[in-house]
Design a protein around this ligand. Structure first.
Ligand SMILES: Cc1cc2nc3c(=O)[nH]c(=O)nc-3n(C[C@H](O)[C@H](O)[C@H](O)COP(=O)(O)O)c2cc1C
Length: 415
């Protein structure tokens, strides 16, 4: 289906070469000040034609708000928004009338529906993500105002070129496999401090300048060879309250994985220490508890990635997504036509040689949608519980102990 979320519910619509793409967002809280510009910022970060590293398809991607707000304030009613498709060139795809593109979605869509959009990727195209990014920008605005939540994604690898583990390290060769170590203090510092301005200071959206230059060369090399290359995007969500996530099937990380793996071209999802966490003993991997200045419990380290038991623990959430090398390449490739006739396909059309620079705002949007939905769910549970009188007969192991420190002082002061 094309709908994501429960209480903050987003339905996207549109194909790559139809009149428009967009979204309907149901469940946005009323009273949120919202302008087209709030949404446009993220759409412009996603749009094609931003640099020589992305597809030259020229779409301005200007958002048109249709409903759900008046005088710049949300009404609590469904918000409909659309973006016109302006630079369609269906004729670019005439070879693919005969050939399903290898590793694209032409064959599987046809198998599933028995009919498919006549040109481009149709619904499987990254044009569909316009609606997600617009909806995510709305969620993000609420999250920032109501909770101070910050979401920043960045490119952490292109091909085998990885953002180094330490701020000073540089890799000299093109095929270094030095993935950032989630257990390193340098990487944690990066997650604590990284900003979108830093990310956008280079067209690759990699925040390490030397690595970003090497990534640029790698993408250009793929492009010049009429080929493509993959990469990874890392994302951090800061200031998330504890208690979000719905055990057991809608655990926070399971919902994040669902959201991220619904983005086109994704092949992998890793939360917290991820695969690296399998290589260190529990004594090094455990996150010991400490008391924060406000009296609440925090953790000294954060290899869990801010989630335990499928529920947020108040630490930053961080995760990494693997994007494959885009399928559509103009290099001739032996394959078969729809009727099975062997042949060779050299795809025309304008395509991204590497999707990760443009995937950054899409990842941020999907992260915002997950946090927003889980927050509304948890807030409704909490509100329902707070209507009940406190139970004073429970054994101490069943309830939170009284907090020490500032929080209690504040509560004591107001009692
Ligand atoms: C931002 C972005 C841009 C993309 N651009 C292209 C592209 O130019 N050419 C292409 O073949 N695939 C591109 N893709 C990926 C395809 O949409 C995707 O691979 C295809 O729909 C098949 O789906 P799957 O890879 O998830 O199985 C892009 C994906 C994203 C996220």
């Amino acid at each position: 289906m094309s709908t994501f979320g429960h209480l903050f519910r987003v339905t996207t619509f549109g194909e790559s070469h139809c009149a428009s793409v967009g979204a309907i967002i149901d469940g946005c809280p009323p009273g949120l000040e919202l302008s087209a510009e709030d949404i446009q910022i993220q759409l412009s970060r996603r749009r094609p034609g931003q640099s020589n590293l992305t597809t030259p398809r020229n779409e301005k991607d200007l958002v048109h708000l249709q409903s759900g707000l008046e005088h710049g304030v949300t009404l609590g009613t469904p918000i409909a928004l659309l973006v016109k498709n302006e630079d369609q060139r269906p004729h670019d795809y005439s070879e693919t009338d005969l050939y399903p593109r290898p590793s694209h979605a032409d064959y599987t869509y046809l198998e599933k529906y028995g009919v498919k959009a006549s040109s481009g990727g149709g619904r499987s195209s990254a044009r569909e993500t316009v609606g997600r990014v617009a909806a995510g920008a709305i969620a993000e605005k609420y999250l920032k105002i109501a909770y101070g939540i910050e979401i920043v994604a960045f490119v952490s690898s292109v091909g085998k070129i990885h953002l180094p583990s330490t701020a000073t390290a540089t890799n000299s060769d093109d095929d270094n496999d030095d993935a950032p170590d989630p257990l390193s203090p340098e990487f944690r510092k990066l997650l604590d401090t990284i900003t979108r301005e830093q990310v956008d200071s280079h067209p690759t959206r990699c925040p390490h300048p030397e690595t970003a230059e090497r990534m640029t060369k790698r993408i250009i090399r793929a492009k010049d060879a009429q080929d493509s290359i993959g990469g990874t995007v890392t994302c951090v969500i800061r200031n998330v309250p504890s208690g979000l996530g719905e055990p057991v099937f809608n655990k926070f990380e399971a919902t994040l994985a669902h959201a991220m793996l619904s983005i086109p071209a994704t092949k992998a999802f890793e939360i917290g220490s991820g695969f690296r966490g399998t290589e260190v003993p529990g004594s090094a991997h455990n996150d010991p508890f400490i008391q924060r200045p406000d009296g609440s419990l925090g953790t000294l380290t954060n290899w869990s990635g801010g989630i335990q038991g499928g529920i947020t623990n108040g630490e930053s959430i961080y995760f990494r997504i693997g994007f494959k090398s885009p399928a559509t390449i103009s290099q001739a490739q032996p394959t078969a036509q729809y009727d099975g006739t062997p042949g060779s396909l050299a795809a025309r059309g304008r395509h991204d040689p590497c999707v990760v620079p443009r995937a950054v705002p899409i990842v941020e949007a999907m992260a915002a949608l997950v946090v927003m939905d889980q927050l509304l769910i948890q807030n409704s549970r909490r509100a329902a519980r707070e209507l009940l009188p406190p139970i004073t007969t429970l054994p101490p192991t069943m309830v939170l102990p009284k907090k020490q420190g500032k929080v209690e002082e504040k509560e004591g002061g107001s009692a």
